[in-house]
Design a protein around this ligand. Structure first.
Ligand code: NAP
Length: 266
């Protein structure tokens, strides 16, 4: 569970523990996880924290080295940098949002895929902005941080869908979910906080929507029912161009080239 230390991911961790999973939560700040142990002392042995800053691929590599020693059943790619301003780069020099949200997850997944169980499920967390956000420009240098965030969530969606296509005819699956408008532990822009308190659904509800993705069939995309912002989970609108095989292969190859790796899936 990446980003298991706060917000939606933290709620996911609690639910998964209740369901009897042993959970490894990746993140930078484990302080909230101690709340889980205080509230659920009998679950202590089922919860591990793995410190990993997704803005540094060396740390992701170290986390992967540890994770791939154990077979895993479920991988939830949830960690997410919000709209973080001013513009900045990851340790390896990638644009921050793409680096943390997409490249780090692609890299982590590639490094631990060999340890996936025969019926493993991967769930990737995207956002409604993957579909609704209108890029102000196609020139990367001129893009705003909001554009970069939206692009990274589109990359998350494309990643989950491409893995799903590659897993067709296997017992493994890849699904994608987005939590609509959910109260997070932090948000990039200061004006969002009061709006969030008034309009956003609780993190618990966002987590319910996201986790529904685990019960759905390979290639599903799930979001909240009401305007895709609030409410119970249901299939979300999928931009048809993201299902295009040529588009998916181009995206996959470009990501591999950026990372300097090959990720062969079936
Ligand atoms: N809330 C919404 O309305 C909303 C809407 C659409 C999509 N989403 C998506 O939902 C997912 C969860 O977001 P949230 O709302 O729960 O946000 P959040 O409360 O800010 O939690 C973000 C999580 O990601 C981790 N994270 C962020 N940057 C990281 C980094 N550089 N390295 C490692 N971990 C990092 C954080 O870990 P630490 O705190 O330990 O650093 C935290 O556990 C994200 O993918 C987000 O894009 C949320």
């Amino acid at each position: 569970m990446t980003g298991g230390t706060a917000g939606i991911g933290f709620e996911n961790v609690k639910t998964l523990l209740h369901r009897g999973y042993s959970v490894t939560a990746l993140g930078r700040n484990p302080s909230k996880l101690s709340e889980v142990i205080e509230a659920l002392p009998n679950k202590e042995k089922q919860l591990a924290f793995l410190s990993c800053d997704f803005s540094d691929l060396n740390q992701v590599s170290e986390a992967a080295n540890y994770l791939r020693q154990h077979q895993w059943d479920v991988l939830i790619n949830n960690a997410g940098a919000k709209v973080e301003s001013p513009k900045k780069q990851t340790v390896q020099g990638f644009e921050w949002h793409t680096g943390v949200n997409h490249l780090a997850h692609f890299y982590l997944t590639s490094q631990i895929w060999d340890a996936a169980a025969d019926s493993a499920r991967m769930l990737t967390v995207s956002s409604i902005v993957a579909r609704t956000h209108v890029m102000t420009t196609s020139n990367e240098a001129a893009m705003s941080t909001a554009d970069h965030y939206a692009k990274s969530k589109r990359e998350n969606l494309l990643f989950g869908l491409t893995v799903a296509r590659k897993l067709k005819n296997t017992n493994q699956s890849s699904t994608v979910a987005h939590p609509g408008f959910t109260r997070a532990s932090r948000y990039g822009a200061s004006w969002v906080r009061p709006v969030e308190y008034l309009l956003a659904q609780p993190a618990r509800r966002g987590s319910e929507t996201v986790l529904r993705g685990l019960d759905e069939s390979n290639g599903s995309y799930i979001g909240p029912a009401v305007l895709e912002l609030w409410g119970k989970p249901k299939p979300a609108k999928l931009p048809s161009e993201l299902l295009d095989e040529t588009e998916q292969n181009k995206f996959w190859k470009e990501t591999e080239e950026k990372l300097g790796i090959r990720f062969r899936l079936n």
